[in-house]
Design a protein around this ligand. Structure first.
Ligand code: ZN
Length: 265
């Protein structure tokens, strides 16, 4: 199908998110969650192979789960910076952490003017309930800030979560900002073509308006029809949280996690 037709179809059908139950998504935790006690995570663990490091495991669901043997993203690296290091939620499955590091490096190698990737919360060291989030419980969710441009079009490190309207306009510290559609589209591309994630990227939550800007930018940059189509299915505004100020990336359970009861939402 020609790229233009694909784009028109994708923009006309952003309602895919509406089939997703609200309780499954991240956002201000306005709904009191029931605390369910899960069996101790070690109950799920296979015996490690002799000499082999134990892999990380996502147990349960993003909104009711645990992380076992999680990997930690350092607060700062050559190509990324955590924007809420004080809360200590920088743990995830090893593929999530490795994939974020790969993404950050990839973007800066391709375009050295790209600011470091601003990373928000992943999960706590052992997962479980995370204040301010409904999900982020089993190491498969990560918040990543948008790339910003200042009023003159120069890239700017996105040190705080800041909202953008459907035209890509925002304000930070009293100054106007632009949503950097070109770099944010390249970020989406790096997530969807990431060797650590494979086909595991299940959702990239973002507002409906910014989703449309991203898909138009992808078409403008000449993205392959297959990539545009996949982006159209993965970028979604979940019910209950507009995601106007950051991307929320969710990975699907790995094959190993699935065998041990990991649930996809
Ligand atoms: Zn999130």
């Amino acid at each position: 199908m020609p790229r233009k037709l694909i784009l028109a179809a994708l923009l006309a059908a952003p309602a895919a998110a509406q089939v997703m139950p609200a309780a499954f998504f991240d956002g201000a935790a306005t709904i009191r969650q029931r605390v369910v006690s899960l069996p101790h995570p070690s109950a799920f663990l296979p015996a490690p192979r002799r000499g082999a490091p134990l892999a990380s495991l996502a147990v349960g669901a993003p909104n009711r789960g645990r992380l076992v043997n999680g990997a930690e993203l350092p607060v700062e690296g050559p190509h990324w910076r955590a924007i809420r290091p004080e809360v200590g939620r920088l743990y995830g499955t090893s593929e999530l952490v490795d994939g974020l590091r790969w993404t950050a490096e990839r973007l800066r190698v391709a375009d050295p003017a790209t600011p470091p990737l601003a990373v928000g919360d992943l999960s706590g060291a052992e997962g479980g309930r995370a204040p301010r989030h409904r999900s982020h419980q089993n190491g498969r969710d990560a918040d990543v800030n948008f790339f910003w441009l200042d009023a003159k079009g120069a890239p700017l490190f996105s040190e705080r979560m800041t909202s953008f309207d459907a035209k890509g306009r925002g304000v930070y510290a009293g100054k106007p900002l632009r949503f950097d559609a070109a770099r944010n589209w390249r970020l989406v591309t790096a997530l969807l073509t990431n060797p650590h994630f494979g086909r595991q990227v299940r959702w990239i939550f973002v507002s409906r308006g910014l989703r449309a800007l991203l898909l138009k930018e992808g078409a403008k940059q000449g993205a392959a029809p297959g990539l545009l189509e996949r982006a159209g299915k993965t970028l979604a505004q979940p019910p209950g949280n507009s995601h106007r100020n950051h991307f929320h990336v969710r990975l699907a359970c790995s094959g190993e996690d699935l065998k041990l009861g990991c649930k996809n939402l």
